[in-house]
Design a binder for this molecule. Structure first.
Ligand code: MRU
Length: 349
């Protein structure tokens, strides 16, 4: 099976799989400058918290390559402007701000170097963010496999696989690891309205990996959980606050309430870079609201009357008390999380 690579920097360009077109077409979207990277993140050519972070890092590299012929002060000014643009491309996934901050640190910390040297340092830093994410995903997969029972039936939400990361995946990485270890698992994948990341992307990855699975409308999950058909729920995260409250794809909160009501283990799988130690709890997380047309149209076809108002938040916040554990590359945190979460982020800047 060909390795799925959501993003790849080659020949001075960033190649993204255009996730807006999957699974019908597997085509590339090439970014030649940071403005195209900003568009790709905003328009969800690339999506998923860790993938967005790595993409933004390469956006900074493209900006540095573009401005490296300018004098030092102009170079620094243009670079800060470019980093600000990238930082604002989507508001919720903190991996984006984390990656941009790492690139800015290289810029600020090397003021005595020439723009060309800084540009090279930025390329090395972006490569490190990319490589580390692949390693991190593998580690989360290994830790997470420890809580997957033999023969488990697992419910997933949104897409948290190779397409959402630099490779392998977060929650879907755990699913893959359990499958590779011969655990005879079965997956129910929520379709994930309105952008259908479950139907378009998770289903695509599950088919490629030959993992036994069924795709379900989001509204089927409650029945499966109540009827005792789900052993484990695994979701990703876009931002985890200091107390463990977790922003993830809209619909995650609803699953967590069901999990708590019917006593089903509910785990969040996310790298430490998804933890935001600056945000005390979920009320401080900026939740993106997206275009009404994501709800009123499917593939351009109108399904709601003209003039109908829409509320379309892309994420919701799951309160920490609904979460059984948080699986990171450093191990599994069990509730209560306060204190343990800050400790994890200490060496992670
Ligand atoms: O709007 P998206 O598709 O970027 O949202 C993605 C999710 O909510 C994922 O669950 C999250 O980023 C974790 S992915 C590894």
């Amino acid at each position: 099976m060909a390795k799925i690579q959501a993003l790849q920097f080659e020949n001075g360009m960033l190649r993204l799989i255009d996730q807006r077109k999957l699974p019908v077409e597997a085509v590339d979207f090439i970014c030649r400058d940071y403005r195209e990277v900003e568009f790709a993140i905003r328009d969800m050519v690339v999506r998923g918290a860790p993938a967005i972070g790595a993409t933004a890092a390469y956006g900074a590299v493209l900006a540095a390559m573009e401005f490296q012929t300018q004098e030092g002060p102009q170079f620094h000014q243009k670079m800060h402007e470019a980093l600000d643009v990238l930082n604002r491309s989507r508001p919720t996934a903190v991996n984006l701000m984390w990656a941009v901050a790492r690139m800015r640190k290289i810029l600020i910390g090397n003021e005595d170097n020439t723009p060309v040297q800084i540009s090279e340092l930025m390329k090395s830093e972006a490569d490190r963010i990319y490589r580390d994410d692949v390693d991190t995903c593998k580690q989360m997969g290994e830790h997470g496999n420890g809580i997957v029972p033999q023969g488990a039936v697992i419910l997933t939400h949104c897409n948290t696989g190779s397409l959402a990361t630099a490779g392998y995946g977060t929650a879907l990485g755990v699913v893959k690891e359990a499958h590779y270890q011969g655990k005879d698992i079965f997956v129910y994948a929520d379709e994930t309205r309105p952008r259908l990341q479950g139907a378009r992307l998770t289903a695509w990855e599950l088919v490629q990996e030959k993992i036994p699975a069924k795709l379900i409308p989001d509204s089927v999950a409650a029945t499966l959980i109540r009827d005792g058909k789900i052993d484990l729920i695994l979701v990703g995260a876009d931002r985890i606050a200091r107390n463990g409250d977790t922003a993830n794809k809209i619909g995650t909160f609803m699953l967590s309430v069901l999990a708590r009501t019917y006593n089903v283990p509910f785990y969040v799988v996310a790298p430490v870079s998804t933890i935001d130690p600056e945000t005390p709890d979920g009320s401080g997380i900026d939740i993106e609201e997206r275009d009404a047309e994501e709800v009123t149209r499917i593939d351009g076809v109108q399904i709601a009357p003209e003039g109908m108002d829409v509320f379309n938040p892309a994420f919701d916040v799951t309160p920490h008390e609904n979460i059984t554990g948080i699986i990171t590359e450093k191990g599994i945190l069990k509730a209560p999380f306060e204190g343990k979460i800050v400790e994890l982020t200490r060496d992670n800047d």
